[in-house]
Write a protein that binds this ligand. Structure first.
Ligand SMILES: Nc1ncnc2c1ncn2[C@@H]1O[C@H](COP(=O)(O)OP(=O)(O)O)[C@@H](O)[C@H]1O
Ligand SMILES: [Mg+2]
Length: 143
């Protein structure tokens, strides 16, 4: 990254790994003029045979949780003197993280190495892997 970071984007999924990624991102932004963007991507559920109404209410439940999570992170950041901009998106997490990075002129993406999913033994989760593989900008993977 040439020069100072202006905009940092961190992906949050409610996991301890993401919380650590957030801590690192806060550390990068604190005391600088960098803006910190936090993104939470809610994935559409594909439950075969489930009525649309049921899927919609599950999605809105997850979206409420996402808002709660972003408020929690907003408060955490505030205590460290950093203001965050929260983005709540719907769709494929890696795709949404990458397009949010593009759309907001972000110069570094921060993700955890793993997340909520649980395949033990993998070094990188599928979201962090796809972000690293497809990003045009520097990605920090927090372990
Ligand atoms: N839905 C999501 N929204 C935003 N960021 C996410 C999301 N899912 C994963 N991430 C980011 O990617 C990191 C790695 O998660 P992931 O690749 O999903 O691992 P796992 O396969 O263990 O769930 C997380 O720590 C978080 O920073
Ligand atoms: Mg995951």
């Amino acid at each position: 990254v040439a020069g100072k970071l202006k905009r940092i984007l961190v992906g949050i999924d409610g996991s301890e790994y993401a919380r650590q990624a957030f801590e690192v991102a806060i550390g990068l932004a604190a005391g600088t003029s960098a803006e910190l963007y936090v993104i939470i991507v809610v994935q559409p559920i594909q439950l075969i045979g489930t009525r649309r109404q049921v899927r919609e209410s599950l999605m809105s439940f997850y979206e409420k949780e996402a808002h709660r999570l972003s408020a929690e992170y907003g408060a955490l950041a505030k205590r460290r003197g950093v203001n965050i901009k929260a983005i709540i998106a719907r769709g494929n997490p890696a795709k949404e993280i990458l397009s949010a990075a593009d759309n907001n002129g972000v110069d570094m993406i921060v993700v955890g190495s793993r997340g909520l999913g649980g395949i033990k033994g993998l070094l990188l989760g599928s979201v962090s892997n796809a972000v690293v593989q497809n990003s045009k900008m520097p990605v920090m993977v927090v372990k």
